[in-house]
Design a protein around this ligand. Structure first.
Ligand SMILES: [Fe+2]
Length: 304
């Protein structure tokens, strides 16, 4: 069922509640995802009703927006269309969120009480044709890092499903372990300046003061995307995710690039810093070890 040598681990469940029936496997799955592996569920379909199938078109999205999102408060953002269609869309996205919460609770019970649920997103745009800057281009291999929203070491666990109605896979490239990539780019990252971080925040460049951890992650993300040689040679595995499948990874710990695809739903869950089963494998712990000092401000916005 699993292959520890591959960055992709295939799990053959057919129901979102299945993992809860295998408590003896949960630590193994948690360890794998924390090590940067991608858990792939080829047969965990998210079923759409016929009216929902009709939502699989680009113009459900407001022009200029990248995805439709549903907040925990039930508010739908960036959707075009009539109120009844928006209600249908919100119902579909909300049902996905519930399915994800069931799946994650069964896979990673260690995280109970430590996860924060981010808005759920529906991405109807085709990856290949989106025009964007190098740093915004998620076709390029990267670790997720937010330019404007510091995380202070909070993890970015992401759960995806491909909804494509025409059989088109979403193709991912997956790269080397976090530590290998971080070691390559750390010497190129300028030293962290708390004063610059405060100034950036004062002019509205960030939503809170960027910590040293976030400084490193932001620069690592950009350096990876700028490096043509790495983009050519950094792929360890190329994985097509066909319609009807689900995949789960720590997007801040698994190097990935989205080569192609269209129509996808995504749920982000944030894990509190240090609440991993193996906190020593986290990007925060690895970067702390590599730079050789505690990362200023990491773990708390208040310490800056
Ligand atoms: Fe990403």
């Amino acid at each position: 069922m699993t292959n520890s040598a591959s960055p992709i681990i295939e799990l053959d469940f057919t129901d979102w509640s299945d993992p809860a029936r295998f408590p003896e496997k949960q630590d193994e799955w948690t360890t794998a995802v924390e090590n940067g592996q991608v858990l792939y569920f080829p047969h965990l379909a998210f079923q759409l009703s016929p009216p929902e199938q009709a939502l699989l078109r680009e113009n459900v999205l407001k022009s200029g927006a990248r995805n439709v999102s549903l907040g925990g408060d039930g508010v739908l953002k960036h959707a075009a269309g009539a109120p009844d269609e928006q209600k249908l869309l919100a119902g579909m996205i909300g049902r996905y969120r519930q399915s994800v919460l069931t799946l994650i609770d069964g896979l990673f019970p260690h995280y109970r009480g430590a996860l924060r649920v981010a808005p759920t997103s529906f991405r109807p745009k085709e990856v290949e044709t989106r025009v964007q800057s190098v740093h915004a281009d998620d076709r390029r291999m990267h670790f997720d890092a937010f330019a404007t929203r510091p995380t202070y070491g909070e993890r970015i666990l992401r759960i995806f499903t491909n909804l494509n109605p025409s059989g088109v896979p979403r193709v991912w490239r997956v790269g080397e372990p976090f530590e290998t990539v971080a070691k390559r780019y750390l010497p190129q990252i300028p030293p962290y300046s708390p004063i610059k971080a405060k100034l950036l925040n004062a002019v509205g460049g960030t939503k809170s003061v960027r910590s040293e951890y976030d400084h490193l992650m932001f620069n690592l993300h950009n350096l990876m995307k700028e490096d043509e040689q790495y983009q050519q040679n950094g792929t360890v595995a190329t994985q097509p995710f066909p319609p009807g499948c689900v995949w789960v990874c720590y997007a801040d710990g698994a190097a990935h690039g989205v080569a192609s695809g269209q129509y996808m739903m995504e749920q982000t869950l944030h894990l509190a810093p240090g609440r991993e089963l193996h906190p020593e494998s986290s990007p925060l712990a690895i970067l702390t070890r590599l730079v050789g000092h505690p990362l200023a401000g990491a773990g708390s916005a208040q310490t800056l």
